[in-house]
Unconditional design. Structure first.
Length: 232
């Protein structure tokens, strides 16, 4: 996926190149996106390069090439219609999509927030749906998404506000990151390890302690397969 800022910058560069044939300057990008400094623009351009949307042409000033236009422009062009702007929002999910990959997405339900710290009440209600790359779904089991709340998994690269993509399952190997339901009422994202008749739910943050629970109190609801993150 692209973050909202990455998407907006890609669209701005694409439209400027279509209109004038010349890429905008970093100052123009900064002003267009309402950023405070050009360092933020550099980070966004680098992120778009790494994701295969942009390429900087060497030895030329203001030389950027759009390798993959914004997904909604590509889809609209494929239908023969005019491009349509995406509606704004606090969290906009834009799936990766190239010419071949535009349709290679699947939609999964977003089941609200899950604690990566102190467990919270399990959420069953579906808040919305999001699109993810089809290649992330590597089994026939259902998949779903949860928004991470808390910082107890930061040493595993899982941050507050990330969206976790979960494969539904009721078993997992020791060392896997799972959604564990405790006492049928509290859900949490942790590393699992079995110790005899007990289950350890292990955080990835030294400030938090491992929870040791009787095995019958813990039910695995799924395991982590991917993360989505917004940077700006």
């Amino acid at each position: 996926m692209l973050t909202r800022k990455q998407h907006d910058l890609l669209r701005f560069i694409h439209e400027r190149l279509e209109e004038t044939g010349i890429a905008p300057s970093f100052d123009e990008m900064k002003e267009a996106l309402g950023l405070r400094s050009k360092s933020g623009v550099h980070r966004l351009v680098t992120a778009l390069e790494e994701r295969g949307f942009l390429r900087r042409l060497p030895h030329r000033a203001r030389a950027l090439e759009v390798l993959r236009p914004p997904p909604e422009l590509e889809l609209a062009a494929g239908r023969g219609g005019a491009p349509r702007a995406r509606a704004g929002g606090e969290r906009t999910v834009v799936p990766f999509a190239g010419r071949e990959a535009a349709a290679a997405t699947v939609t999964v339900p977003l089941h609200g927030r899950i604690a990566a710290g102190t467990p919270i009440e399990a959420l069953e209600e579906v808040d919305s749906h999001i699109a993810i790359p089809q290649e992330w779904v590597r089994s026939r089991r259902p998949h779903f998404a949860l928004t991470i709340e808390g910082d107890s998994m930061i040493e595993a690269g899982i941050m507050d506000g990330d969206v976790a993509i979960i494969e539904s399952c009721d078993i997992a190997r020791d060392g896997e990151i799972v959604v564990a339901l405790v006492d049928r009422s509290e859900a949490t994202l942790k590393i699992i390890k079995r110790l005899g008749q007990h289950v350890a739910l292990i955080p990835a943050n030294r400030r938090y302690e491992t929870r040791m629970l009787e095995a019958h109190r813990v039910r695995i609801q799924g395991r982590l397969v991917a993360l989505l993150r917004r940077y700006h």
